[in-house]
Design a protein around this ligand. Structure first.
Ligand code: NAD
Length: 524
C-alpha cells in the first residue's frame, strides 16, 4: 500500500487485514447477486431497453455476471432529446451546486469501493489491487475536477477595461449535450471522469460504456443519480459501437464528445467524422506503443521490475502498457534474461484471490488476439519468443481466458508486433546502440502516449525529456516504467495518434476541453 494507506497504481499489494475482510464481504455479496438483470437508466427513469447484454466473467466465460439492458435507436433519440431539454436549467445552476453533486458522487464511490471493486473483478478480471486502485482513482478524478472548478472560481474572470464605463468579463460556458464513450479496461475511471468533467462544466451527458463492461456503467449512473444529478441531465446507453456509439457521433444535437478507446475507432471512425457543419469539441484519447529505454548506467533490477509491472500488470490492458523495450547493447543480454525470468515467474490465477498479480485477459477478443500474435512471433523466427507464448487451459482455467506473459526479442524493426498496439501481455525487446538511436526508434510511431527511461546519467535524462514525443514520461520508475498515472499527480494524455487535445486528463487543463469562452462587455 502507499504511505497514505490508499491503494493506487504504484501499490505492490493490498496486504492488510481490514482490506481482506472488506473484500471477503464484498465478494460474497457480489457472488450472491450474480446474473441479475439491470434496466436502462434513461433521463432519470428506468426502462427495459431494446436488447439484453450478457456481461460474462473472463475467469469463467460460462458465468453471467449481469444481464444489462442495452439501448436501441429509439432509446438513443430519447436520451439525446432529454439531455437537450435539461441543458438550459443545468447550465443555469450555480457552479457550486454542480460541484456539490459531483463531490457527493465521489464520496459514494469511496463509501462503496469494496463492492464496486468486487464487481469489477468479476466483470473484467482485474486483480484486487488494480480494481481497488481504479475505484480510488475514480473518486479522486471526480474530486480533482470538482476542485478545479473551485480553484478557478467557476472560470469567471474580470478583465481589464478600455473605458472607465465598461465592465468586461470572461466566462467559460458549456456546449450542450456531451457524449461520453468509454472502453472496457478502466470502465469506472474512464466513464466516470469525463461524465464528471462534462457535468461540472454545465454540459448534459449521454454516455455509452463498452459492451464488455456494461454493469460498471449501470453502477456509476446509479451513483450520479443518488448524488443528485437531475432527471434528463445524465443517461446511460449500453450497446454496440455501431448502433449507439456511431448513433451518438452522428447525432446533430450532440455538441461535444469524449471518446476513450482504440486509434482505429477514435481517429478513423470518430474524429474524422464528428464535426460536419461546424467545428465541435472532440476529445479522443487513444492507444499507445509505449517504449521503455534502458541505458548502460541503468539499475537493471529497477528496470526489469518497472518493465515487468508495466508490460504484464493488468495483462497489458493499459493504454500506457509498456509494449516495447529499447535496450542498449551493453546490457541487453542481462536485461532480456532477467525480464524473461520475471515473466516466467508470474503465475496467472483467479483474480478474486488475494496475492494474484494477473488474472485472465479480459475479453474473448483479447484471448484470440494473444494467440494470433504468438503465432506471428513464432513465424518471425527461431528464438523470438523468449518467455511465455502459451495459453493456460488446465483445471479451473479451462473456461477462462488465461495466458502466459510473453517476452519477444529480435523482431525485425518493421514487424507488425513491434509497431502496432497489442493490448495483451506481450512485450517486444529490441537492441540499440545509443540513446540517440533509442529515441529515434521510440518516436518512429504514430502513437505518443507514455514512455520511460532507465538511466543514471543526468545528460541522458535531459535529452530524453527534450526529445521523446509522449504526453506522460517517467524516469527510473520501478513501480511502472510507463504506467501508473494518478489524477492531480501525473496528468494523463497522449500526443500524435494517442490524443486529440494536447491537454491531459486529471490535470489543470482538462475542464477547459469542455468549455468555450464568452467575452462579455457591458457599457454604462
Ligand atoms: P474500442 O475503440 O474498440 O472501443 C471503445 C468504445 O468505442 C467502446 O464503447 C465501443 O463500443 C465504442 N465504439 C466502437 N465502434 C464505434 C463507432 N464506430 N463509433 C462510436 N463508438 C464506437 O476500444 P476498447 O477495445 O474498448 O479499448 C481498448 C483501447 O482503448 C486501446 O486501444 C487502449 O489503448 C485505449 N485506451 C486509451 C486510453 C487513454 O487514456 N488514452 C485509456 C484506456 C484505453
Amino acid at each position: 500500500m502507499s504511505s497514505a494507506g490508499k491503494v493506487t497504481y504504484i501499490s505492490l499489494s493490498a496486504d492488510d487485514p481490514a482490506i481482506d475482510a472488506a473484500f471477503g464481504i464484498a465478494i460474497a455479496a457480489a457472488r450472491a447477486a450474480l446474473g441479475q438483470s439491470h434496466p436502462l437508466h434513461l433521463a432519470g427513469q428506468t426502462r427495459p431497453g431494446a436488447v439484453v447484454i450478457d456481461s460474462r466473467s473472463p475467469t469463467d466465460a460460462r458465468l453471467v455476471v449481469a444481464r444489462v439492458a442495452g439501448a436501441g435507436e429509439a432509446d438513443l433519440q430519447d436520451a439525446v432529446a432529454a439531455a437537450r431539454a435539461a441543458f438550459p436549467a443545468w447550465r443555469a445552476r450555480p457552479w457550486q451546486q454542480r460541484v456539490a453533486i459531483v463531490e457527493r458522487a465521489a464520496q459514494i464511490v469511496r463509501d462503496r469501493k469494496f463492492e464496486l471493486s468486487a464487481w469489477l473483478i468479476f466483470e473484467m478480471g482485474k486483480n484486487r489491487v488494480e480494481a481497488l486502485g481504479e475505484i480510488e482513482e475514480t473518486a479522486d478524478l471526480l474530486d480533482y475536477y470538482a476542485g478545479e472548478m473551485r480553484r478557478n472560481d467557476g472560470f469567471i474572470r474580470q478583465m481589464d477595461r478600455l473605458a472607465p464605463t465598461d465592465q468586461n468579463t470572461s466566462v467559460l460556458r458549456p456546449y450542450g449535450v456531451w457524449a461520453v464513450i468509454a472502453p472496457w479496461n478502466f470502465p469506472y475511471a474512464l466513464l466516470g471522469a469525463p461524465i464528471a468533467a462534462a457535468l461540472l462544466t454545465g454540459n448534459t451527458v449521454v454516455c455509452k460504456p463498452s459492451s464488455e463492461t456494461p454493469l460498471s456503467a449501470v453502477k456509476l449512473t446509479e451513483i450520479f443519480e443518488a448524488a443528485g444529478v437531475p432527471a434528463g441531465v445524465l443517461s446511460c446507453l449500453p450497446g454496440s459501437g455501431r448502433v449507439v456509439g456511431d448513433g451518438l457521433i452522428a447525432h446533430p444535437d450532440v455538441a461535444g464528445v469524449t471518446f476513450t478507446g482504440s486509434y482505429d475507432v477514435g481517429f478513423n471512425q470518430l474524429y474524422r467524422r464528428f464535426a460536419r457543419d461546424f467545428p465541435k469539441p472532440c476529445v479522443v484519447e487513444m492507444g499507445g506503443k509505449n517504449p521503455a529505454l534502458i541505458m548502460p548506467s541503468a539499475d537493471l533490477a529497477q528496470a526489469i521490475q518497472g518493465v515487468q509491472r508495466s508490460a504484464f500488470g493488468m495483462n497489458g490492458h493499459k493504454c500506457s502498457a509498456c509494449s516495447r523495450v529499447l535496450v542498449h547493447r551493453d546490457v541487453a543480454d542481462d536485461f532480456i534474461a532477467g525480464l524473461a525470468r520475471a515473466a516466467e515467474a508470474i503465475v496467472p490465477g483467479d483474480p478474486l484471490d488475494k496475492g494474484v498479480f494477473v488474472g485472465p485477459v479480459a475479453t474473448k477478443q483479447s484471448y484470440e488476439d494473444y494467440q494470433g500474435y504468438v503465432a506471428q512471433a513464432r513465424a518471425a523466427g527461431e528464438g523470438v519468443v523468449r518467455a511465455g507464448g502459451a495459453v493456460l487451459t488446465d483445471g479451473t482455467q479451462a473456461d477462462g481466458y488465461f495466458v502466459r506473459p510473453t517476452v519477444l526479442a529480435n523482431l525485425p524493426p518493421d514487424h507488425q508486433l513491434a509497431r502496432e498496439e497489442l493490448f495483451v501481455p506481450i512485450v517486444a525487446v529490441a537492441v540499440v546502440g545509443s540513446l540517440d538511436e533509442a529515441l529515434t526508434v521510440a518516436n518512429d510511431t504514430k502513437f505518443g502516449l507514455t514512455a520511460g527511461l532507465f538511466s543514471r546519467e543526468q545528460k541522458e535524462i535531459d535529452t530524453f525529456f527534450d526529445r521523446i514525443e509522449a504526453g506522460v514520461v517517467y524516469v527510473n520508475r520501478a513501480a511502472g516504467a510507463t504506467t501508473g498515472a494518478w489524477p492531480g499527480v501525473q496528468p494523463f494524455g497522449g500526443w500524435k495518434g494517442s490524443g486529440s487535445t494536447g491537454k491531459n486528463i486529471g490535470g489543470h487543463y482538462t475542464l477547459l476541453c469542455y468549455l468555450r469562452e464568452q467575452s462579455r462587455t457591458v457599457c454604462q
